[in-house]
Design a protein around this ligand. Sequence first.
Ligand SMILES: [Zn+2]
Length: 421
Amino acid sequence: MGAMIGAGRDAAADPSSLRSHNLGIVMRMLRDHGSLSRKEIEHNTGMVAASVTNLVADLHDRGLVRDVRGGVGEARRRGRPRILVEAVPDRCVALAVRVARTRVTAELHSSAGLLLDSSSRGVTLAWGQPGDIAHAIADLVKRAEARAAEHGAVLLACVVTMPGPVGSDNRIADTAEFGWGHLELVNLIHTAGVRRDLAVDVINDSNAAALAEHAALPVPRPPVMLYIEGSVGSGIGGGVVADGRILTGGRGYGGELGHVTVDWRGRACVCGANGCLAAYIGPDALLTSARLTDLAQMAGPQAALDEFRARLDRGEKRAVDVAIRAGDILGAAMRSVYDVVNPTALVLGGYLAGMRRWLEPGLQLQLAPRTERLAPLAIESGRLGRRAGLVGAARHGLTAMFDDPTLVPVLRREAAVSEPA
Ligand SMILES: [Zn+2]
């Protein structure tokens, strides 16, 4: 995994990869639409009946789908009951891990989005030192393997989310928070005892959240979606989701919407550049403009942000002015991004979701030269809140199965149809 766009997807299809591809189409369809009849799968995919029967039989042998009696109260009362195919909700699972300063938190999610287990471990991380983090994660993986076995499930991946940039080679870039310059975390995790054939992936936490928020939107989902979130811990994070995958570009560092330039001679940003969006709508910038820095120092930045929000709700002029101006700046940045990837939806997360009412006028105004002349952009609030990162990390970990369901072993031999293995 790692590189998400392009990697191998245009490779010429040999018969077995074509078959994997078609199996993946059926699995994604069942994930997104729930149970379907074989006829509906034929209709939606344009595949012939024999192919659908054969593919469904293969998925059945792998324990990925099952037949269910469907359509209570449907029009067809006479005749045989309608048999539908549905995905088995917990045959495949992925472990999502969030790394923070003093804790690693893990959730075990099934391919149907069920939360099967959650746990955490305390860690001690000195700046620039990975400390015992790899062992803590290995411990969480061991627990996940045991839980997966109890469910008869296959653990497909462990996806670790980090604040700050992560390259497509899983390398963590230097971050202000951890100081882990190009740490080989995946290798450390395997060395700490995680089997080498388990896919371990490290991704940016906002990218993971973007993927989850995209999946939470109703079908048909936007082909290109922008996600931007604000939080006390990580400032302004963002992500771009294209064709249902995280778009991170050639080396994995793309999608950093918080670092779009809004003023090339502007304020210094933590990333080392000047005039980034994050330097204007990040928590410190908002609290300074709203004259809440004293409160932030006394009661902490989260309490100060809560007070800022309370002042917005009361309609206090200074707070409202700050939020409206933040909307203008955010809108200008998103107009630049619009010109590059032509998004059809923008989802606001973290404290930006709570500010949406005040951000939207500026966003609409700044985007109008594009959205009125070219194509509209839907603006939404995130639906998952703080859960988004772990939900998205698990979904990312399960992507490999939806691309190639043959990663999941066959359960029973006698019913195998035609796959020569
Ligand atoms: Zn920056």
